[in-house]
Design a protein around this ligand. Structure first.
Ligand SMILES: N[C@@H](CCC(=O)N[C@@H](CS)C(=O)NCC(=O)O)C(=O)O
Length: 207
């Protein structure tokens, strides 16, 4: 398997799961600043021109959540449960992509990506909107995690890897994580995993 990645948000999910599962992956770094994700060769694999992308034999997959599912299914891992919990996992993946990841991702973009790639200054209107929305969503998550260790069932699943994706950047992206103690504790628990703390192969400094 070959995993095309860069040291940014969406590939972080795929890299973390690949490291956690010790998946037999060959890593291919793409330098976004040099447009390596927009070359004709790469666009054949991923016509969106985005990272990550996984190639596993005849199968080419893009979308980080689908890649996490594939890696977990291939390893026969409970990260992608094969019973009724799967529906709960999909619920959290959907909630995340439609809502939570968007507001956290906006703050990540405003405070980290803009500066890193020279894309201009922080937009206070975007920041205010995203921060308000993030707080509203985080209170839903905080309530769910009040008496739970993980999002679904009794063990870690890809839902945890997905929903937490922006949280390692909380401080630098001005995400008010500390206001939500159950979310904070859950993320601290996740951060006990080396694969979560340090998901990227050695090469580039994480953004
Ligand atoms: N929904 C996609 C999002 C992929 C995505 O937006 N990746 C960003 C990095 S986090 C990217 O490749 N940005 C470069 C660009 O859009 O030019 C996924 O989860 O894989």
């Amino acid at each position: 398997m070959k995993l095309y990645w860069s040291d940014v948000l969406s590939p972080r999910k795929a890299c973390a799961v690949a490291k956690y599962l010790q998946s037999p992956v060959e890593y291919a770094y793409l330098d976004l600043a040099r447009g390596e994700h927009k070359t004709p060769e790469y666009l054949v694999l991923n016509p969106n021109g985005k990272v990550p992308t996984l190639v596993d034999g005849a199968r080419t997959l893009w979308e980080a959540d689908a890649i996490m599912c594939h890696l977990a299914a291939r390893a026969d891992s409970g990260l992608w449960p094969q019973d009724d919990r799967q529906i709960e996992v999909i619920r959290w993946l959907s909630w995340d992509l439609a809502h939570f990841y968007r507001s956290g991702g906006t703050l990540y973009f405003e405070y980290i990506i803009k500066q890193r790639f020279g894309l201009g200054s922080v937009d206070p209107v975007e920041v205010k909107q995203a921060t308000d929305e993030w707080r509203r969503l985080a209170s839903v998550l905080d309530g769910h995690l009040r008496d739970r260790h993980w999002l679904v069932g009794g063990g870690i699943t890809i839902a945890d890897f997905a929903v937490a994706a922006t949280l390692p950047y909380a401080q630098r992206a001005h995400i008010p994580l500390d206001e939500f103690p159950n979310v904070r504790r859950w993320h601290d628990r996740l951060s006990e995993l080396e694969a979560w703390r340090d998901p990227f192969p050695a090469l580039a400094a994480a953004a």
